[in-house]
Design a binder for this molecule. Sequence first.
Ligand SMILES: [Zn+2]
Ligand SMILES: [Zn+2]
Length: 346
Amino acid sequence: MSIKDTICPRCGNPSEEGLCGPCRLHEIEWVTVSPRVEAIICPTCGSRKVGSSWADLESDKESLARSLVIDGIVFHPDVTDHAMEMTIRDISVNRSKAYLKISGKCYGIPVQGEYQVLIVLGREQCDRCCRISGSYYEGIIQVRGEGRRLTEWESRRAAEIAWQAEDAAQQGGDRLSFVSSIDNSKDGIDVIVSSLGIGQSIVTDISSFFGARSTSHPKLVGEKEGKRLYRVTWSIRLPRIVRGDVVSMKNDYYLVSGSDGTTLRTKHLLTQQPRSFRDEETIRVIGNIRDAEEAMVTYHEGDTIGILDPKTHLPLEIPSPKGCHTQAGGVVNILRDGEMLVVVGY
Ligand SMILES: [Zn+2]
Ligand SMILES: [Zn+2]
């Protein structure tokens, strides 16, 4: 042990260098605690205002209060062995108080203190809730069929695609992009959207899913902060014939695997040969394979298959598709074309 003959110039006690520990501690603030912290919260959805913008809150209010208090505590860099106990008590709806016991070590001396922090949660409706409550919208997407009504399945599927796009936008942090409502009309659905961005992505998703065409009609509705405000009406037309439809052409039946609105990609239901042809008015849609019924097979011989009509339970003999090996006791999927039953799957 080396004895240094330095003494503290202030109190005269021994010191390793300059002021002794207690005197140095006296010179500094080992911890500072903000006596009041605050945050602004949306009472409707709980998101938090940060600066001038809003962010969705990842945690509950208790955790928010704790992190606000902790952010208000600053230790002197020479403090080690930090420890803290915090209890929070609610005072009113938007005020609570944190009771803190803080301790540590500074210049070899244990330090501790008790503090109180007032936590104030201000309330303000956020940008998103303002839009929602004001029924704000920037676009309408009208989904219709080309010369026909949407089927129930198509309406449901288009709505699902819209909600999925909203989920993706919200998860991507695009708070102001949402679906305001989806209205069923006689001929299809109307999707009301809060921003042009989400509108465009829903239009793209629905159009590519159904192989549909879309057009957009922007309309200038005013100006805000020097920017022109547009409201857009999109119109999506699902083709007359869509994927999964079974069509009849010149007494042959084809299953449609895709369509770009003018050309149909198909498969001949008996020969299984692929074939593409133009959508013309002479082509008739007899149904969609989603709506096929199951029919019991009674026998199968060569190109002929015997089935029981699931409605009348009467036996019928119909052509068997190439490659179909379903034997008696099995089932095949059929669609009706008037009196005719057509095997569409096996
Ligand atoms: Zn001293
Ligand atoms: Zn809100």
